[in-house]
Write a protein that binds this ligand. Structure first.
Ligand code: PLP
Length: 394
């Protein structure tokens, strides 16, 4: 099997697996218990918190362990409504507080469903939500965004790396512009963590979501990073774990596995990135030799992660192509795995204005550094055959 769907999920690394192992049976204690078995678990979680914080450029107190990227995005955005309900206020902490009612939420059409459905719900709760399109190169243009950053904006939510096409967004710039204007900034960094450098505090990012299973950690574990004295409210209340921000008995193996995986990914980021670019080059050159094929998003290396490539083939049915690839031992997807089942139009491609005849033939190849150059060549060959087979039949 050649696994070309790393943006959907990744297998656990050996480091993560062995780091977690003691905490299922031997060190199973509840981290909130007073006896030493519980204290071992508490120490392991504290250690995991420190290591995750170090990788992301923030302090351990800013880390909230959650059940994944979806929960982290939900918590960051639902907090806006919870905070308003709780305090009767609606400003984002601006100097104009009380004078200006900040009620606008800005996000982008190519965000993950966890963000899009969250802001949709905020609009049902009375927030004024603006979902902006994205340029055809898949990168948010800061000067196009600027006019929207008016003093009625409460929050901007922008992802760091797009999960379908792999483009990197100008997070540092947008975070700074938001900060200057008293606007809250949430960043879905699920596809970025462990893949490109992140410096939360240097970049003054308000809240940030990551998910362990996207960087060879366990599924069902994520992190929401927040700023002290910020607006984050708990979604889940109960025993007051995670300093009250996320109740429920702590997932000791999950936190430990998340830390081990992130640490490993960050330690090998440079070398992984180099080999990923080599694979990327082979795939890109090979696939673009197919007639009527296009790379989706900018070709500028500095604005892309190396491990995600997205192509469109004119007059090709994506589902049929994926089945062909699967029959030849290749796992890939048309875009977001989150819309699995339904043959739905990709919101990212719609946002980028890709015409229907091309968007129907979408193929995302996402991979980690374990892919060999031989495998990359094989993928190119099989994709070319699959596309040709469909066109011959047409
Ligand atoms: C995978 C993904 C998520 C969801 O994370 P889960 O941990 O699977 O809930 C959110 N945002 C992006 C960009 C993703 O790629």
């Amino acid at each position: 099997m050649i696994y070309m769907d790393s943006a959907a999920t990744t297998p656990m690394s050996d480091a993560a697996l062995s780091a977690m192992e003691p905490y299922w049976q031997r060190e199973f204690g509840n981290s909130h218990a007073v006896y030493s078995a519980g204290q071992h678990a508490a120490a392991a979680i504290m250690d995991a918190r420190k290591r995750v914080a170090k990788c992301l450029g923030c302090t351990p107190r800013q880390i909230i362990f959650t059940s994944g990227g979806t929960e982290s995005d939900n918590q960051a955005l639902a907090s806006l409504a919870l905070r308003r309900l709780g305090s009767g206020k609606s400003d984002g902490g601006s100097e104009n507080s009380g004078l200006h009612v900040r009620n606008k939420i800005i996000t982008f059409q190519f965000e993950h469903a966890a963000v899009l459905r969250s802001v949709e719900r905020l609009s049902q709760f009375g927030f004024d939500v603006e979902v902006l399109p994205v340029f055809s190169d898949g990168v948010v243009q800061v000067n196009e965004l600027l006019p929207y950053l008016t003093d009625d904006v409460l929050c901007v939510s922008m992802m760091m790396v797009n999960n379908e096409v792999g483009t990197i967004q100008p997070v540092q710039e947008v975070a700074r512009l938001c900060k200057e204007r008293g606007i809250l900034f949430h960043c879905d960094a699920v596809q970025a963590a462990g893949h490109i450098p992140i410096h939360i505090n240097d970049w003054e990012i308000g809240t940030l979501a990551i998910s362990a299973h996207k960087f060879h950690g366990p599924k069902g574990v994520g992190v929401l990073v927040h700023q002290p004295n910020d607006y984050v409210e708990p979604l889940i209340v109960g025993g007051g774990q995670e300093r009250g921000f996320r109740s429920g008995t702590s997932n000791t193996p999950g936190a430990v596995g998340c830390a081990a995986a992130l640490e490993e990914a960050c330690a090998h980021m440079e070398e992984n990135s180099q080999s990923l670019w080599e694979i990327n080059d082979v795939l890109r050159a090979g696939i673009l030799r197919i007639p009527d094929s296009r790379l989706t998003g900018t070709a500028d290396h500095s604005k892309r992660v190396p491990g995600i490539l997205h192509f469109c083939f004119k007059d090709i049915d994506a589902q049929t192509l994926l089945i062909y690839l699967d029959a030849h031992g290749i796992c890939a997807s048309a875009g977001s795995a989150c819309m699995a089942g339904a043959v739905q139009k990709s919101n990212t491609l719609v946002a980028m204005g890709v015409p229907d005849v091309w968007a129907r033939g979408a193929l995302r190849l996402s991979f980690d550094a374990s892919i060999t150059l031989e495998e990359a060549h094989r993928v190119c060959d099989v994709v070319a055959q699959g596309v040709a087979a469909q066109r011959d039949r047409a």
